[in-house]
Design a protein. Structure first.
Length: 492
RNA sequence: GCACCGAUGGCGAAGUGGCUAACGCGCUGGUCUGCAAAACCAGUAUUCAUGGGUUCAAAUCCCAUUCGGUGCUCCA
């Protein structure tokens, strides 16, 4: 397979991404700070990183992927206090929720998931090394800061005009720091906040040093790729580079991938705009996990994407079509043999699919290649030209597609039920869509009984009664489909 | 204020110098059906925000304008 060509923020150019110095591709992706439930903007980033790792592995490149969990920070401390919970149990709760959400969205687990609080000694030695190299200093209150002025290459990732930032009115003036843009490596303890006794003095780590310590420990001083949301580019990633490279003298990550922001209904997602959604919010409204995944992947990672409810409906329909087509191929019943023209189209779809992803992970293009195949194959099947061997070749291509997009297997109902069970436990069932609840409250047995009655009515050509039952079920969100093999029903 | 990104059909969106501007959804028509639904098929932008320029050739490059978004501060 051709080598993936991925945009590199550091160089500003599209470059091949290959493992260097190790058989597997070593990558680090900034994980969540577990202070609340994840929102769909968070998941857009993790979803696109998931596509990256799935595609690399599909191309035969093993991946060593590290994603951290920030389990101590100001927001966790604040929220835990207001909920009367310990820091540990509070962050644990949201970490568990985060992984449930990743599973619901079909996001694979990284190979390593380190917790910030487990790497305090590594952070301390990193800061000590920076101190020895005159890149860090301790302020009067005991906090440690990074001395930006001594780092000649500071700003190389975000290409900031540093002089301008220094003049900026929005940088807080901190009495403790030597320079406004110096950033905290180690925070001296305040009050009874969580703290660690270390050679640096008592305190807790700054945010940026966590990632440098964990990436350095698990991936080595230099590695292949560092990924994250675009907002992390500055200052977080810039600071990671500064700390790591000044301490080790080596290039930190060679390749940097940034996923662009998500808009919701055309505006930046924010609680005050009323367009802030967690994954759980959407599941409770009756949207399917698969549709959310598919929609968030439908726009390539480097483009800003507008998340809308119309888009969610569209994705739901698109997935239905793909699943129906997949079932048609699985079911088979085609004449033996192979049609050469369909075989060529199948091969072209596969080639186009891979070519799109090789080209800076063009997920929209990859999707289009598969829909081309769906249309061509359906036409061929309708015309009776599609043969058994064609179907199995097509299934291979669909497997390749689903190895990246992961939407063909229908786990949606199960995931929605899980979300409802969670809402019930949290006393938030009132946030669920009433229609969704009504539909789920209707038992399968009740539905089956009505469907049977309707089938009987139809056989007696009592269409008025049959249609009345169909409408009654429809009003409760149950759709009936009369197929050749009997009646199929599904919840809307 | 400074910096950066974007503007493609009803909606979402690919395409970044050269065949009829992908693909999805929607819509319209058709097949199927007792009628529907579902599924499938077909059709659906002479044109790429606006104005100028470069070129044999521009949605694609350059300049200006308008609008939208983002960063500079915790944020995926």
């Amino acid at each position: 397979m051709a080598t993936l060509e991925l945009f590199n923020t550091l160089s500003g150019a599209i470059e091949p991404l290959l493992p260097v110095g190790a058989p597997d591709l070593r990558m680090y992706c900034c994980g969540p700070t577990v202070y609340d439930y994840g929102h769909i903007g968070n998941f857009r980033t993790f979803l696109h990183v998931d596509v990256l790792r799935r595609f690399l592995r599909q191309g035969g490149i093993p991946v060593k992927h590290v994603m951290n969990i920030t389990d101590v920070d100001d927001k966790i401390i604040r929220n835990a206090a207001t909920h009367g919970m310990s820091i540990g149990s509070y962050s644990r709760k949201f970490e568990d929720a985060f992984f449930e959400d990743l599973d619901a969205l079909g996001i694979e687990r990284p190979e390593h998931i380190p917790h910030a609080t487990e790497f305090i000694p590594e952070m301390v030695s990193l800061i000590e090394e920076l101190g020895r190299r005159d890149m860090a200093y301790q302020a009067e209150d005991g906090s440690w800061y990074f001395r930006v002025a001594n780092d000649g290459s500071y700003g190389k990732l975000s290409k900031k005009d540093l002089a301008h930032i220094e003049d900026g009115a929005r940088v807080d003036v901190d009495e403790e720091k030597d320079a406004a843009r110096d950033f905290a490596l180690w925070k001296a303890v305040k009050g009874n906040e969580p703290q660690w006794e270390t050679p640096l003095g008592p305190g807790r780590p700054g945010w940026h040093i966590e990632c440098s310590a964990m990436a350095g420990k698990l991936l080595g001083p230099n590695f292949d790729l560092h990924a994250g949301g675009e907002d992390l580019m500055f200052p977080h990633h810039e600071n990671e580079i500064a700390q790591s490279e000044c301490a080790t003298g080596e290039t930190f990550a060679r390749h940097w991938m940034h996923v662009r922001f998500l808009l919701v209904e055309g505006r930046k997602m924010s609680k005050s705009e009323g367009n802030f959604f967690t994954l759980r919010d959407l599941l409770l409204k009756g949207h399917r996990a698969s549709a959310i995944r598919f929609l968030l992947l439908s726009v390539p990672y480097r483009n800003q994407m507008n998340f809308t409810f119309d888009g969610l409906t569209e994705s739901t329909h698109a997935i239905e079509r793909l699943r129906t087509f997949h079932q048609r191929m699985v079911k088979g019943g085609f004449a033996a043999g192979r049609d050469a023209a369909i075989g060529d189209l199948t091969h072209k779809a596969e080639t186009d699919f891979t070519a799109a992803l090789v080209n800076d992970l063009n997920t929209a293009g990859a999707r289009a290649a598969i829909f081309d195949l769906v249309r061509a194959a359906n036409s061929a099947a309708d015309a009776g030209v599609l043969r058994g061997e064609n179907a199995s070749e097509i299934l291979d291509v669909l497997a390749k597609f689903d190895g990246i997009f992961a939407v063909l297997q229908d786990r949606d109902a199960e995931l929605t039920r899980a979300a409802l069970a969670w809402a019930e436990k949290e006393g938030r069932l009132n946030e669920a869509d009433p229609d969704l609840l009504a539909t789920l409250a209707f038992s399968d047995a009740e539905i089956d009984a009505l469907v049977a009655e309707r089938t009987l009515a139809k056989r007696q050509r009592n269409f008025a009664r049959a249609d009345a039952i169909r409408n009654e079920l429809l009003a409760k969100g149950i759709l009936l489909e009369d197929g050749k093999d009997g009646v199929r029903w599904k919840r809307k």
